[in-house]
Design a protein around this ligand. Structure first.
Ligand SMILES: [Zn+2]
Length: 133
């Protein structure tokens, strides 16, 4: 087999595709340091992520919410959340799965990290959204 064929075979493998698909866990968001999810079965999973993701996880406005993250298990007993650009953070509310976003109503700018609007410096509002149209 040529190198290219090996790569093509690997890419077609169902096992590898399964490994690439993000897994998700859902529970109560605990804004400890590091943050954690309390799963329905009582297990506490320590969450890891990039700097922007961790900033969201420490946003007091979503503390103790019914929260879902996507990524992959990080042994032992932890969970590595996918990068902020993959939109891997959700709040479940009133039967809906909502993406965590932030909105500046002065500039009409949406961001994905809590803090000041980069344009007008206003502290952005938490804006939970079903979609990003
Ligand atoms: Zn602004």
């Amino acid at each position: 087999m040529t190198r290219r064929n090996i790569i093509a075979t690997l890419l077609a493998s169902p096992l590898l595709r399964a490994a690439e698909k993000p897994q998700s866990i859902r529970g109560k968001l605990q804004e400890t340091d590091p943050p954690a999810l309390q799963l329905p079965d009582g297990r506490r999973v320590i969450l890891a992520g990039d700097e922007s993701t961790l900033a969201v996880l420490h946003d007091e406005r979503i503390a103790n919410s019914d929260f879902e993250v996507q990524g992959k298990p990080k042994p032992p007993g932890g969970f590595q959340i996918d990068g902020i650009h993959l939109r891997s953070l959700f709040v479940h509310k009133d039967g809906k799965r909502l993406m965590v976003t932030y909105w500046c109503d002065v500039c009409y700018i949406r961001t994905y990290v809590p803090g000041k609007c980069w344009c007008c410096q206003k502290y952005t509002d938490l804006d939970l959204r079903e979609s990003l149209e």
